[in-house]
Design a protein around this ligand. Structure first.
Ligand code: AMP
Length: 637
């Protein structure tokens, strides 16, 4: 391990307060904090208690004096053809207007504002305006359907929902307004107001009798001044839901001060990015990457950020590199799945544009396979960094650090533990640290560094129970990922330890999908597993037991039922959770205590050895899975 890296990391752990105290100077504080960390109630870490600040001030207002006329937000939609650059001054004006609208609708400090929006500038205005008021945003990814949205509405109980009539993806209209209307029918919590951005894409019915129209209200508040509400460092800035082992998503709660400091430091150390440059994260504001690196990180660092609505291949697969050329992007952040999509296209697209401004590309969200890493690194002739993180951490946990030093990378490895994280690989059974090349669970000795989740929204006990109880009698944070470390100290991530799968960089609990499949009246029981997929990394595959086997008597009947079930999943979870295939079986393989052997099912579906089957209750269950998999490969699956 490089001595410069090792010394930097060691200092961040062993002289934690001094390290983060120095980093805290990167941001503006209205009132200085009393101490760097209050860890008197483990595992709850209160970073910079006593300090007061505002995230929107740090992202926008603070830059007005020095870079008011520089680009802040570069909006490009290859779906509608819209393009617009907002300077920091223009962004400030729009955020003030949005804040005035929200304030007029009754939003005050601590209230929740739920956003269900496509990648349009108004979505970013709404996020910034919410934190400007000291309120808490909860952005729900547009790919989630009504039922998933309703669950999130009921958990966050927002005062206002900000939505758009529609989004577009690949030329197809996604009717957000209609989906929201249905979600509100299902939800028991009713927001006081719906603020609607009408893009003229979908002429559906209004959500409520008195939907507020954004354009009208914007005109009414053009020159309103809304000052920042200074909040405590530990005040929640947002809630972001993520899938776990149980069916119900968890609201990851983020603080304000720790998050601001963590992101500000990462802009230099992780991304080696400079103020005045352009950052392009290809994610979506519905995900944590979008929160941290489309919105807050780059803006706090005084950079322009690209807000892109579109796919990587339209109008042609050179579109991202054209954006790099046009806007002199210096740092790009994407996901392995997007690169695998590009890999299927003509590699000439990679060299069609002048991308000399680009310093490097970061990829995260799922395992980055070696061939994909090599293909893109050679194709764009730039360093490519794999980095590992989670919604929970808010920023990278394992990563290369080009801003700290020129440390060599290894293909397929997210390098080393990031500063601030005391990472250990622990044996699943003994909780002892494993040696080089031995598989262990990636864990962190708390306190978690600034920027990581402070708790599960409204459920402190669930936070402790979910993340800190896997090692008996010790508080240790588990990531639920397997990893190994080679003899040079490089980490490699091997996949999840729980029932979470990663589809095209999106995290889904198999339980959520199982619940959706099982809600079809014909389904008696179902197991969903993630199966390796060339493009998406993993794809969900369902094995369902049908109440009345005569319903699948002919291949045509089975196909019709499969289609119906997929339709149910679409309506409950959205296409994002749709299984690649529903296989019908007479029974599932179970242990004698009745647990479904998901790991064995997954192994068979991936043509691997199902492993230890001694606990199996009835061998017929496994035979059923084998037969179904053989049959579906016959169908070209
Ligand atoms: P999310 O919270 O949706 O960002 O998903 C986090 C999960 O994605 C992690 O727990 C890992 O399973 C996976 N993940 C994220 N980044 C990487 C990476 N660089 N390599 C392997 N897996 C990753």
């Amino acid at each position: 391990m490089h001595p410069v890296y090792a010394a930097f990391h060691k200092r961040s752990i062993e002289r934690r307060d001094e390290f983060w105290g120095a980093e805290s100077r990167r941001i503006d504080w209205r009132k200085p904090f009393d101490s760097v960390l209050d860890y008197s109630n483990p595992p709850f870490a209160r970073w910079f208690p006593g300090g007061e600040l505002n995230l929107c001030h740090n992202a926008v207002d603070r830059h007005l004096a020095d870079r008011g006329d520089q680009p802040a937000l570069i909006y490009i939609s290859t779906e509608t053809g819209a393009e617009r650059v907002y300077t920091f001054r223009e962004l400030h004006a729009e955020v003030r207007r949005m804040a005035a609208i929200l304030r007029g609708l009754g939003v005050a400090k601590g209230d929740r504002v739920l956003l269900y929006m496509p990648m349009i500038p108004e979505a970013i205005f709404a996020m910034l305006a919410t934190v400007r008021l000291g309120a808490i945003h909860s952005v729900v990814f547009g790919g989630f359907a009504s039922n998933s949205l309703a669950i999130r509405i009921d958990d966050a109980r927002p005062k206002v929902v900000v939505a758009a009539d529609a989004g577009m993806r690949g030329g197809k209209v996604i009717p957000y307004r209609t989906l929201l209307r249905e979600a509100l029918r299902l939800a028991s919590s009713k927001p006081e107001h719906i603020l609607m951005v009408n893009r003229g894409l979908d002429a559906g019915e209004p959500v409520s009798a008195n939907d507020a129209d954004y354009a009208t209200l914007r005109d009414a508040h053009l020159d309103d001044d809304v000052s920042c509400e200074w909040v405590e460092s530990t005040h929640p800035s947002y809630i972001l839901y993520t899938s776990g082992t149980t069916g119900k998503p968890k609201g990851v709660q983020r603080d304000t001060g720790g998050y601001a400091v963590a992101l500000a430091a990462s802009m230099e150390y992780v991304y080696a990015a400079k103020p005045g440059e352009t950052f392009f994260a290809t994610s979506d504001i519905g995900w944590v990457v979008g929160h941290s690196y489309i919105v807050y990180g780059p803006l706090m660092h005084g950079m322009a950020t690209v807000v892109y609505e579109g796919t990587p291949t339209r109008p042609d697969p050179g579109v991202w590199w054209k954006i790099v050329e046009d806007h002199k992007v210096s740092v790009m952040f994407s996901a392995p799945t997007a690169i695998r999509v590009l890999k299927k296209q003509d590699p000439a697209y990679l060299t069609q544009y002048d991308i000399s401004s680009l310093r490097h590309l970061f990829l995260a969200g799922e395992p980055l396979d070696e061939p994909t890493a090599r293909w893109i690194a050679e194709g764009i002739a730039k360093p490519v960094y794999d980095h590992f993180w989670q919604t929970e951490t808010g920023w990278a946990l394992l990563t290369g650090l080009p801003g700290v030093g020129d440390f060599p990378t290894k293909l397929g490895s997210p390098s080393f533990p990031c500063y601030g994280y005391d990472v250990r690989l622990l044996d699943e059974r003994t909780a002892e640290e494993v040696g080089p090349s031995q598989k262990g669970v990636v864990c962190v000795i708390p306190p978690l560094p600034p920027g990581c989740m402070s708790t599960v929204w409204g459920q402190d006990q669930r936070f402790v129970q979910t993340y800190f109880t896997s090692v008996p009698d010790r508080l240790i944070y588990t990531t639920f990922d397997w990893g190994v470390r080679d003899s040079d100290g490089y980490y490699f991530i091997l996949g999840r330890t729980d029932d979470v799968i990663n589809v095209a960089g999106h995290r889904l609990g198999t339980r959520e999908i199982e619940e959706a499949v099982a809600s079809h009246p014909s389904v008696a029981e179902v197991a969903v597993v993630g199966v390796a997929d060339q493009l998406k990394g993993q794809a969900p595959v369902a094995f369902a037991v049908i109440r009345d086997a005569s319903q699948t008597a002919t291949p045509e009947m089975a196909a019709a039922l499969e289609k119906e079930i997929l339709g149910v999943v679409d309506s409950l979870l959205g296409a994002i959770g749709r299984p690649a295939r529903v296989n019908f079986v007479k029974q599932l393989p179970k242990t004698r205590s009745g647990k479904v052997l998901r790991r064995s099912i997954q192994a068979i579906a991936e043509s691997r050895d199902p492993g230890d089957l001694t606990s199996l209750d009835d061998p017929a269950g496994i035979e059923q899975i084998r037969a179904a998999v053989a049959h579906s490969s016959g169908r070209g699956a």
